[in-house]
Design a protein around this ligand. Structure first.
Ligand SMILES: [Zn+2]
Length: 249
């Protein structure tokens, strides 16, 4: 689904637009002209079907084999579980924060709280996190060219350790691809997991509040192409009052 000249939404499940497998996070294609980047991979494994994401990419007019890299916002399985299969299908490089990369390379199900998520009914019992080689070079202020676009990494822990967001400039709008930090209306996604931190969350939101951008491209739910920063500021106002913004679960 084309959002702008520079970005398409090519995946997303039941907490999105129902484009692909129900457990998929939003998956974005960033088009820099002579280079294509995928952001997040969907759930994969027995719960997913990466071919449906490839079909969406083709429906938007792209040859999936042109995708050179896949950047991961964080290691939760609805975002990273399909990474190994995507690498097989596309021949692309995988990139994440150092912790995300280590976790994917080890297939570390404990780190991503998969046993707890299975007990909570989010994943089938036979779901397995498939490991894959991953570069851990998505660190604070690292910048990457995506064709004519430029992408800057912003470390945004809180929802999960090692979570990063991406500021994409040089296109028809400025885009913030921010995984599971803030959702439409300033909603947060705090979970009862070992690596979730309210204090880190508030600091990440403060950091994003300093950045100017147009489009708010989260990992689930509604997308705003204009004035996307209002969602960040709504959460910041609650954190600044020492409260906790409305939670997704
Ligand atoms: Zn998440």
């Amino acid at each position: 689904m084309r959002l702008t000249r520079d970005v398409c939404l090519v995946g997303g499940g039941r907490f999105g637009f129902g484009l692909t497998s129900p457990g998929d996070s939003h998956v974005y294609l960033v088009d820099g002209g002579d280079d294509l980047l995928l952001v997040d991979a969907g759930i994969g494994g027995v719960a997913g079907d990466p071919q449906r994401i490839l079909a969406e990419i083709e429906r938007d007019g792209y040859d999936p084999s042109r995708i050179s890299r896949l950047f991961l916002t964080h290691y939760h399985t609805d975002h990273m579980g399909g990474a190994a299969e995507m690498r097989d299908l596309l021949g692309c490089e995988l990139h994440g924060s150092p912790l995300t990369a280590r976790t994917l390379e080890a297939g570390d199900e404990k780190q991503v709280s998969l046993p707890e998520a299975k007990r909570a009914g989010y994943f089938p019992e036979d779901y397995v996190l498939r490991p894959a080689p991953c570069a851990g070079d998505l660190t604070e202020d690292a910048t990457f060219a995506v064709g004519s676009l430029s992408l800057r990494v912003i470390e945004t822990p809180g929802h999960a350790a090692g979570h990063v967001s991406f500021l994409v400039e040089g296109g028809e709008r400025v885009y913030l691809l921010q995984g599971d930090v803030i959702f439409f209306g300033g909603t947060v996604f705090l979970q009862n997991t070992h690596d979730c931190s309210i204090q880190d969350y508030a600091q990440s939101v403060n950091k994003l509040a300093e950045i100017e951008f147009d489009a708010h491209l989260p990992g689930h739910l509604g997308i705003s192409l204009e004035d996307g920063k209002r969602h960040i500021m709504a959460a910041k106002a609650v954190f600044d009052a020492l409260g906790v913004p409305k939670n997704l679960v």
